[in-house]
Design a protein around this ligand. Sequence first.
Ligand SMILES: [Zn+2]
Length: 91
Amino acid sequence: MGEKRDQVLFKSRKSHRGQRYIEWRYAVMNQGSYRCCLCGSTAELTADHIKPVVNYPELAFDVKNGRILCEPCRLKDMLASWEEGKFERQR
Ligand SMILES: [Zn+2]
């Protein structure tokens, strides 16, 4: 049952925000002591994928591929990644 659901999740990349995503985010937050790993902020924290899920869907729920970023740092990093061409541009 679990495996089939995983396959569906990995096929539709945009729907990775399910229960597993919530658990992944929780695990990432726990391993990183609730601070932004770039600026040390403790406000507006989000769990970020080190390697973009767009390119590495198999790492979507890998805790080692997770890090804590605050929202401003996440946006900055995302823009930088776009400029480097790490992400596929999507509308
Ligand atoms: Zn930050």
